[in-house]
Design a protein around this ligand. Structure first.
Ligand SMILES: Cc1cc2nc3c(=O)[nH]c(=O)nc-3n(C[C@H](O)[C@H](O)[C@H](O)COP(=O)(O)O)c2cc1C
Length: 152
């Protein structure tokens, strides 16, 4: 069966909580999945759907644990790969969710297909970001996208 690879970029753990919540949801749905807390191209299944969850740190930078993966993407070509993107950030920074936006640019360059509009969660408005992300994940729009990907 098709699987979902969950890639996490997190500095302080908030995005990891979000990824854990998605993992639980996928378990309930009976969809095989794997969590990657230190994403590395060599460990990832390229036939899987990738769900990339990342926060932003520094001045609009990716978290340290996912920076090497972003670098690895420079040499990749993924014309058959699909992915979803979840960003966490704080709107008091003028570099709101730049990490997730950077990740989207990196993935775009590989020719991977972004399956749906990314969700960018403002932790200032939503102190429990996993609630927002799970609502997005369970929306008809995202469920339908995942179901049609699974049936490909
Ligand atoms: C030192 C520091 C720098 C940050 N810089 C940004 C930023 O440039 N843009 C943004 O949208 N959020 C920024 N944030 C907010 C984090 O992205 C937000 O708190 C997020 O929930 C952290 O998730 P994590 O615990 O998974 O790393 C920053 C937070 C800290 C502590």
């Amino acid at each position: 069966m098709q699987k979902i690879e969950i890639l996490v970029g997190s500095m302080l753990g908030a995005t990891e909580y979000v990824a854990d919540a998605i993992c639980e949801k996928l378990q309930e749905m009976g969809i095989p999945n794997q969590l990657h807390l230190k994403p590395d191209i060599a460990d990832l299944d390229r036939t899987a759907l990738w769900l990339i969850c990342t926060s932003t740190h520094g001045a609009g930078e990716l978290p340290d644990n996912i920076k090497p993966f972003s670098k690895q993407l420079e040499e990749q070509h993924f014309p058959h790969l699909s992915y979803l993107l979840v960003g966490l950030g704080d709107s008091s920074y003028d570099t709101f969710c730049e990490g997730a936006k950077q990740m989207q640019k990196d993935m775009d360059k590989t020719n991977a297909e972004l399956l749906a509009e990314p969700i960018l969660v403002d932790v200032l408005q939503h102190p429990v970001p996993e609630d927002e992300v799970i609502a997005w994940f369970e929306s008809d729009h995202i469920r339908n996208k995942i179901q049609s990907w699974l049936q490909r």
